[in-house]
Design a protein around this ligand. Structure first.
Ligand code: KG4
Ligand code: ZN
Length: 339
């Protein structure tokens, strides 16, 4: 049996403080997550100062709890989200990683948050074939990437304005559904008719792989204010349009990149059932494998960061693991390519 090694993963880029212990077989031994969404309810959106304070309060508590379940001195290294994300929130996680690295004399491995989302597939032992077309849909990102390996990225297209999750959240806020809007809007959509209103798909006539959700947001708000749709029908039609938009651009990418062997969907918005099923239909049509992590690994969590850190530790040179800044709030993913 090969020697077992462990790592500690820390995620604090937005509104979750999360820590995980993972082994070199990508098996999760512990995963503790403290969500700060409740504190954001009065603001109906992310308040950077408020979440930073929540991380300051909760991250040491969950690290302490974790240390009672697993001696942190047993880890070989500590890996954490260095960016992109909210600078204040990232700093709390990075400082925790740095402090533990000094206390236990272990190296630290900084991870790009979107790399973490994508490498969540390792937690499920999914055997992805490369090149892989990856669609990342979260609150801050909507990107189509071509992966020639788990650590080699080329951006094919991305949103020119709002991310898909941001569109869900902003529209939901406008119609009084609270924050985060995606899950609530999806819940209402389940009881509505997706064909009740035909929203136009942003940039559908163009072959570009870029997205735009800000126009759809304006369109949706205008339709809502006309008062012609029930809440359920409005949500179902909107959710359907967002799903169709993502599928259409993915289809364009598949047409433009012939050799693609697999499709990967990740990020918080990938929890959405309608989007999952439309992407499955697309993969079936193109006869390629699709992997979408279990919803608990799509939303922000430290297990995906630990998985990315472990992969980097095992497969990248030490140099590539150590030359980053402590945090990079605007980290560009193509700068992470290691092979
Ligand atoms: O990846 P994530 O947890 O955090 C970021 O990195 O941004 O994604 C959060 C986003 C939010 O915009 C949230 O509304 C959206 O994911 N989301 C959903 C669903 N669950 C979470 N959007 C649509 N349908 C869902 N079921
Ligand atoms: Zn995320």
């Amino acid at each position: 049996m090969t020697h077992q090694i462990f790592c500690l993963g820390i995620e604090s880029s937005c509104d979750e403080s999360s820590v995980a212990i993972l082994d070199n077989d990508y098996r999760i031994h512990h995963l503790l997550t403290e969500s700060h969404l409740k504190c954001l309810e009065p603001y109906k959106g992310v308040m950077p100062e408020v979440v930073s304070r929540e991380h300051v309060k909760h991250l040491p508590l969950i690290i302490d709890k974790l240390n009672h379940q697993f001696f942190l001195s047993k880890v070989s290294f500590i890996t954490y989200t260095a960016g992109p994300g909210l600078a204040g929130s990232l700093l709390v996680g990075a400082n925790m990683a740095q402090s533990l690295s000094i206390i236990f004399n272990k190296p630290i491995v900084p991870i790009h948050h979107i790399v973490g989302h994508q490498l969540a597939f390792l937690l499920e032992k999914a055997d992805l074939n490369f090149p892989c077309l990856s669609l990342v849909v979260s609150g801050g990102h909507t990107q189509l990437l071509l992966l020639t390996s788990p650590l080699n990225y080329k951006i094919l297209g991305q949103t020119r304005d709002d991310a898909a999750g941001e569109a869900f959240d902003k529209i939901a806020k406008h119609i009084g559904l609270g924050y985060p809007g995606g899950p609530v809007l999806a819940h209402k959509a389940a009881q509505g008719n997706p064909q009740a209103h035909q929203f136009s798909i942003p940039m559908s006539s163009s072959e570009t792989l870029d997205f735009s959700f800000s126009g759809l947001k304006t369109q949706a708000i205008r339709v809502w204010e006309q008062g012609i749709l029930s809440l359920e029908d409005f949500c179902a039609s909107l959710e359907y349009t967002i799903a169709q938009t993502l599928a259409l651009k993915t289809k364009h990418a598949l047409k433009q990149h012939n050799g693609v062997k697999s499709l990967l969907l990740s990020g918080g918005v990938a929890c959405n059932k309608k989007i999952r099923s439309i992407m499955q239909k697309l993969a079936d049509e193109y006869k390629i494998e699709l992997h979408i992590p279990d919803p608990r690994f799509c939303s922000d969590n430290a297990a995906m960061i630990a998985a990315a850190g472990m992969y980097k530790w095992l497969h990248a040179s030490n140099d590539a693991c150590s030359k980053q800044d402590l945090i990079k709030p605007n980290w560009f993913i193509e700068d992470c390519s290691l092979f």
